[in-house]
Design a protein around this ligand. Sequence first.
Ligand SMILES: Nc1ncnc2c1ncn2[C@@H]1O[C@H](COP(=O)(O)OP(=O)(O)OP(=O)(O)O)[C@@H](O)[C@H]1O
Ligand SMILES: [Mg+2]
Length: 351
Amino acid sequence: MFLFKKKKELIGIDIGSSSVKVVQLKGNDGSYQLLNAGILPLPPEAIVDNTLMDSAAIVGVVKNLVSSLGIKIKDVVCSISGNSVIIRKIVLPTMPQEELEDQISWEAEQYIPFDINDVNMDFQILSPDSNDPSKMNVLLVASKKDIINDYVSVFSESGMNLSVVDVDSFAIQNAFEANYDYNSEDIIALVNIGASIMNINVIKDGITLFTRDVQMGGNLYTEEIQKQIGLSSEDAEAGKLLAHESTNNQLLHVIMKVNETITQEIRRSLDFYNSTASDNRISGVFVCGGCSKVYKLIDTISEKIGLPVEKLNPFAKIKYIENDFDPEYLEEIAQFMAVPIGLAIRRVGDK
Ligand SMILES: Nc1ncnc2c1ncn2[C@@H]1O[C@H](COP(=O)(O)OP(=O)(O)OP(=O)(O)O)[C@@H](O)[C@H]1O
Ligand SMILES: [Mg+2]
């Protein structure tokens, strides 16, 4: 799925609202080797509500990260999510890929709340419609050109070229599929919980059945700790990170409350999928994103949703040279790296 593409060797760069992550991989066809992986924090106000507010700060961090890793490749794949992107499953008359390429703008017009000339668009033909064989399900993906242009500028000011723009929830799916064998009948929910946004993607046999982004993540803990215990934002953030060794009942209480709020939001989406699905039910959940490290969040999700919940390890099947990477470091950063791993795979895994 590409909104915008030129063919080149790429590195994956995930500009999240709390940090920038970079991954470079070598290899193809399901066998990958890690060449580079790194992460650097962004200042708190650099990205607000999916908008690149302080592009100078972002450029500084991107340049710093890329040069500290000694990465020479200039072509980048990044991703967008939340209200920067519109994803719709639509039903169209069955037609070949090439024909739909010509017609997609026209077909898409009624689903996109912007002037069609202002958006970049892509689609993926999913399957024949189960009710009407003369129709097919198509996943439509669109983003406003001015949003894409903000990313183009950030990378060009960083001395690189933005070659592909992907979507966070599809990158997560790519990272999952490269690292886990799953039965083609299984329905899996992938949940990436970052600082400000949560991407939910329900998949079966390589296809998205349902996807939704919810504007909620790790920041909510920090805000609630600040508000309810009266701490500064730095102390609240530190309290959240160290909660597993804390004996402060008030802090633990706030964290458990927010765990429930986040879980409810996941549950609402999964219930919505289950209520509309003619297919079988979801059989398991994989979570990633920095917020999945929050004290007892995974336990709460598993308990309240009643499904097995596992951490998605994006390095599970990725090979690396032991002298180049400390396994403990990779384990430490694994929860943050599913999106950039999924992006870096795009280079070789063109769909
Ligand atoms: N050890 C930890 N325990 C709890 N929370 C953590 C831990 N480490 C990081 N986090 C939280 O994870 C979040 C960052 O995760 P991530 O890097 O996936 O987000 P992001 O990609 O920058 O943001 P987004 O995708 O939402 O824009 C922050 O809210 C941070 O406080
Ligand atoms: Mg993120």
